[in-house]
Write a protein that binds this ligand. Structure first.
Ligand SMILES: [Zn+2]
Ligand SMILES: [Zn+2]
Length: 146
């Protein structure tokens, strides 16, 4: 696997490569799961960056806008998670209790997109699909308390 190059990624997005922006992208690259702006902010502080939450949030929004990162919005919550778009197309199972996120690599929508394209004459460029529920760990906890 090619190592992620934050400077290269910023260049591709037409953004100026600053130390701060590279640090944010590197934090996302090192994380196994998508992070919230707060998570990134705390990690920047650990790395001794003079960070503030609103600039972190703005940088993440800019990256999402330029398609450098993937933005996931948890249903019914005013909270977004950001992750590096994987080279592979993936969907996510999101646990509403503990917030764990599992990537599902199999995409069931390829055939559906083709059918839809034929029916609507739409040129389909992509889709998002996130699935919400309760993970096995949280399900068994619930089973005990309810
Ligand atoms: Zn859970
Ligand atoms: Zn898909």
């Amino acid at each position: 696997m090619k190592r992620f190059d934050a400077g290269e990624s910023l260049k591709q997005g037409g953004l100026k490569s600053t130390r701060y922006r590279r640090a944010i992208l590197d934090i996302l690259a090192e994380s196994a799961r998508p992070l919230s702006a707060e998570d990134v902010f705390l990690r920047l502080k650990e790395l001794s960056y003079a960070a503030n939450l609103s600039t972190v949030y703005r940088a993440l929004e800019t990256f999402a806008h330029k398609n450098l990162v993937e933005k996931l919005v948890i249903a019914g919550e005013n909270k977004a998670l950001f992750g590096l778009g994987r080279a592979e197309h993936a969907h996510h199972l999101i646990c509403l209790e503990c917030r764990s996120i599992l990537a599902v690599e199999h995409c069931p929508l390829g055939q559906y997109e083709e059918t839809l394209a034929k029916e609507t004459a739409f040129e389909i460029a992509g889709h998002n699909l996130d699935i919400y529920g309760y993970c096995p760990k949280c399900r068994s906890k619930k089973g005990r308390t309810v």
